[in-house]
Design a binder for this molecule. Structure first.
Ligand code: MG
Length: 266
């Protein structure tokens, strides 16, 4: 299967477009706003990792797509227990959108990303960022600063905090609840049906870096793994073939840099 031109791209955010996970920067906005907040960030991290470790060892082997799907379904409770912890302790209450926007300068974007994205954007090729991050505010600021605005052809789909006029209430908005690979599959199916209404039936790509991205990748025409995150280990564990670089017969490709996609943009 020689890769087809890109007609639409669904992209993960953390570690796919960025060099590093940005949840810590999201959390830091709360601590910069409220330096005396009594519960330190370490508490939330430790709680998450201990729940995650317990769940993975309890779950056992994940060698098939069915097992991986079941694993991702169960992971939702672990992700939500973190959310419930910061909502319960009101970590984000009274934080302003401005505090998140100020964090945007600390986000490192992969060096060839904007060069590649600009080609898609300028040609009105739909790009949808689909992320398990907690807010779109930082992402939106980064794109706006580069001269890119959201439209029918460029959307950011992620979790959001509830806010009143840009000031957070401490609760999460439950319009989107994107916490696991299974949640991403739900959104990819929705995005695909919206693309079909616009007669985009093929050439739909998904790019991501982690195990959360494998199931959504299987729902599109081509899955792209970027970098050496947990996605590659997951593909190997599930015995799913992939090509190194964009050439070859597999539906899944492993690339190291965003500009490897440029030849697929008309
Ligand atoms: Mg990621």
């Amino acid at each position: 299967m020689t890769a087809h031109k890109i007609k639409a791209l669904i992209a993960d955010w953390d570690d796919t477009i960025t060099n590093k996970d940005t949840i810590e920067l999201v959390a830091e906005a709360a601590y910069l706003t409220k330096p005396d907040f009594p519960t330190k960030w370490d508490h939330f991290c430790e709680l998450y990792y201990s729940n995650y470790k317990e769940y993975t060892s309890y779950f056992g082997e994940r060698n098939t797509i069915e097992q991986e799907t079941e694993f991702q379904k169960g992971l939702k409770q672990i992700e939500l227990s973190s959310v419930n912890e910061y909502v319960g302790l009101q970590l984000f209450k009274d934080v302003n959108h401005k505090a998140f926007q100020n964090q945007s300068s600390k986000v490192q974007i992969k060096s060839e990303f904007f060069e590649t994205f600009k080609k898609l954007y300028d040609q009105n090729i739909p790009v949808i960022i689909l992320s398990c991050n907690w807010t779109s505010v930082i992402m939106t600021k980064i794109f706006n600063d580069h001269g890119f605005v959201q439209s029918d052809n460029f959307k950011i789909v992620t979790n959001e905090f509830e806010h009143i006029n840009g000031k957070l209430t401490g609760e999460v908005n439950d319009d989107n609840c994107i916490r696991t690979g299974v949640d991403k599959v739900f959104h990819v199916k929705k995005i695909r049906s919206e693309l079909k209404e616009r007669s985009i039936n093929d050439g739909v790509y998904y790019i991501g870096d982690s195990s959360t991205d494998i199931l959504p990748m299987l729902e599109v025409d081509y899955g792209i793994v970027i970098g050496d995150g947990s996605a590659i280990k997951t593909l190997e564990r599930l015995n799913i073939n992939y090509d190194i670089g964009m050439k070859g017969e597999s539906k899944i490709k492993h690339i190291t840099k965003w500009d490897e996609l440029i030849p697929l943009i008309i």
